[in-house]
Design a protein around this ligand. Structure first.
Ligand code: FES
Length: 249
């Protein structure tokens, strides 16, 4: 198939960007979206044009690096998949596909459609860990945890930190990400001891990084490639209110 790629080009974070349109030929419908970009870049290099910079790593839906807004939707038209798991059969022959970077004040554009998501790293460094050694698998198995709690924690741990929740939110809120990262630790007995400090620090860092507030539109849940539930945001709000009231650090 042949498509038109209308894609954001920007030299660096200090320059203004603009859309450029390229015709990309000989795409197989079974190619992934990133493979299509590889083909586009080969064509651009052949034509003497600077190739498109885009982020990727695992190409298996695990790392969260492939942050693209495709036709107005983070990770494109398919539900619960990342950009690297999106296939060209989702698009029409001859279609013009619009590709932009994730848009957020807290995710400055580095180049073209590649953004800087180190603000997420700083949120994690402020509390998304357990400070003590928790042992190996046999030690974990020695602590009884109900199936319901273990399942809920695993659901939260499915967050790959891609930032689609931020890109889809009209307020650039990172609440879905922060709530998932806090919940998967807070639900476990090993993580409970630092729960109040974790929640206060992560939310405060989230705010200082310039992410906006949640206004319950649920756009984040709809865009999340891992189906993280907004219920974790409710949990975070409750935990934050309690921690702030008791100021229990
Ligand atoms: S490249 Fe790792 S999730 Fe897409």
């Amino acid at each position: 198939m042949n498509i038109k790629l209308k894609i954001w080009r920007q030299k660096n974070r200090d320059t203004e960007g603009q859309f450029e349109t390229y015709e990309v030929k000989n795409i197989h419908s079974d190619m992934s979206f990133l493979e299509m970009l590889d083909v586009a870049n080969e064509q651009l290099i052949h034509e003497g044009v600077e190739p498109i910079n885009f982020d990727h790593d695992c190409r298996e839906g695990i790392c969260g690096a492939c942050s693209l807004v495709i036709n107005g939707e983070p990770h494109g038209p398919e539900k619960k998949v990342t950009t690297c798991q999106t296939y060209m059969r989702s698009f029409e022959e001859g279609e013009t596909i619009v590709v932009e970077p994730f848009r957020s004040h807290a995710f400055p554009v580095l180049r073209d459609v590649m953004v800087d998501r180190s603000s997420f790293e700083r949120v994690i460094r402020s509390g998304g860990f357990i400070s003590v050694a928790t042992g190996a698998a046999p030690d974990a198995n020695a602590i009884p945890i109900s199936k319901e709690i273990a399942d809920e924690s695993m659901d939260a741990a499915a967050c790959i930190g891609c930032g689609a929740c931020v890109a889809s939110c009209k307020n650039s809120s990172a609440m879905l990400f922060v709530s998932a990262k806090a919940a998967h630790l807070n639900l476990m007995p090993q993580g409970k001891a630092e729960k109040s400090r974790r929640v206060l620090n992560m939310v405060d860092t989230m705010d200082s990084e310039g992410f906006g507030n949640c206004s319950n539109t649920y756009a984040c849940e709809a865009a999340c490639p891992k189906g993280i539930s907004v219920n974790f945001i409710n949990q975070l709000n409750r935990d934050y209110a309690l921690a702030a009231l008791t100021n229990k650090l």
